[in-house]
Design a protein around this ligand. Structure first.
Ligand code: LMR
Length: 396
């Protein structure tokens, strides 16, 4: 049965972790997968999460199934995070949310749902984008194309290229937009540029599907949601996949959400019934634990404040590491302007290292970063910083 099968290539991001684990170098450094580490190189369980788990241990009385769309309290919490508790259209019933296994699960649920109604649509992703976007939408049956995004020369946004492309995407096609902390570049549109993107969505009639995996890692939980408000103000229908992997540190609890926003409650309910069908034939109903942690934290004022403090701490640490990385490279006499590293948002820095340099980092220094030159800044420790800067300086 399997005799004609050749092996699939390793995953561009998670495959690196496998390679890292089998590397015997005593000082190997993994800056591939987007996981936050503290200065001891650990990915800690947040204190607020531990406290919520203690509460759950006491309170939980059953392991029975959740509904197909997950816990209603979690869905409410996810919506509050996306839009803010008092956003008028939450009360209007225009927003429906399903608890999903991670943000990846949210994207796949959205893709399956969309494929039911737009089987001939094309999905448009930024160039570059998260390595898994293409695979998720291809697996759901869509052709995937790219719109311009990153300008390698200015190391910023190619907004002219992006807006020209978005203006020409046909009505009914699907456009994936990163709400903040663009993965892999860390380059986000400004508020004025988001306004223009919303104009284009409105005039061209394509379907906006937001990937919101890093809320709170950009400027703050509130500021990072701003693009969603801009789209909501225009009464546009749109979709969001959000994740609690990074901001709650719940990576392996697979805690995410798929949210749809419709013109009115009736349409939202009708659309959501099809989302539930897509879920039922996929994983039936979601795992509960991660969502139960999140809803416990959000429902308790003190715990919520503690979580926000921990999230602030993670964001500040990443900012500090960006500055240290730039300082370390300058100290080694590298003659280049690295200020862009400090301007990018979120966990990742698009380093500008080319494929040969990425390969040399791995083969000569046992330092693992994603092809294309994406460095997970959030994974750097003080111990690793000097070795990293030496190695980057040497391959440059
Ligand atoms: C990443 O981009 O490293 C993360 O989103 C983790 C993943 O699943 O790829």
């Amino acid at each position: 049965m399997f005799e004609d099968l050749s092996p699939a290539p390793p995953d561009a991001i998670l495959g690196l972790t496998d390679a890292f684990q089998s590397d015997p170098h005593p000082e190997k450094i993994n800056l591939g997968v987007g996981v936050f580490k503290d200065d001891a190189g650990q990915t800690p369980v947040l204190t607020s999460v531990k406290k919520a788990e203690r509460i759950l241990l006491e309170r939980e009385t059953s392991k029975s199934y959740l509904p197909i769309s997950g816990s209603p309290q979690y869905a409410k919490g996810a919506q509050d995070l996306l839009f803010g508790k008092d956003h008028p259209f939450l009360a209007a019933g225009r927003v429906k949310t399903a608890q999903t296994p991670g943000g990846t699960g949210g994207l796949r649920v959205g893709a399956d749902f969309l494929h039911l109604f737009y089987p001939r649509a094309t999905v448009w992703v930024s160039s570059p984008t998260w390595a898994n976007h293409k695979a998720i939408f291809t697996s759901a049956g869509f052709p995937v194309k790219e719109y311009p995004y990153y300008d390698a020369e200015s190391r910023g946004l190619d907004f002219d290229g992006m807006s020209t492309a978005l203006a020409n995407i046909p009505a009914g096609d699907i456009v994936i937009l990163h709400v903040c902390c663009h993965n892999p570049t860390g380059v986000d549109p400004t508020e004025a540029q988001w306004q223009k993107i919303a104009d284009l969505a409105e005039s061209a009639g394509w379907i906006p599907f937001f990937d919101f995996a890093y809320q709170g890692f950009g400027a703050s939980v509130e500021a990072d949601r701003r693009p969603l408000h801009l789209f909501a103000e225009r009464e546009l229908d749109f979709l969001v996949s959000s994740s609690c992997s990074k901001n709650f540190g719940l990576y392996n609890e697979r805690t995410g959400a798929f949210t749809l926003v419709a013109q009115n409650a009736e349409r939202a309910d009708a659309a959501f019934s099809h989302v539930k069908k897509a879920i039922r034939s996929n994983y039936s109903n979601p795992p509960r634990h991660g969502g139960a942690i999140v809803e416990t934290i959000l429902a308790d004022e003190a715990l919520c404040a503690e979580w926000l403090g921990e999230l602030d701490g993670m964001r500040k640490r990443i900012r500090f590491l960006r500055t240290e990385l730039v300082r370390g490279l300058h100290q080694r006499g590298v003659d280049a302007d690295f200020s862009y590293i400090e301007q990018q948002n979120g966990m990742f820095s698009f380093s500008g290292l080319n494929e040969t340099q990425v390969k040399r980092l791995r083969e000569e220094h046992s330092i693992y970063i994603v092809g294309g030159g994406r460095i997970n800044v959030a994974g750097i420790t003080s111990d690793a910083l000097d070795r990293l800067c030496d190695a980057v300086a040497s391959v440059l």
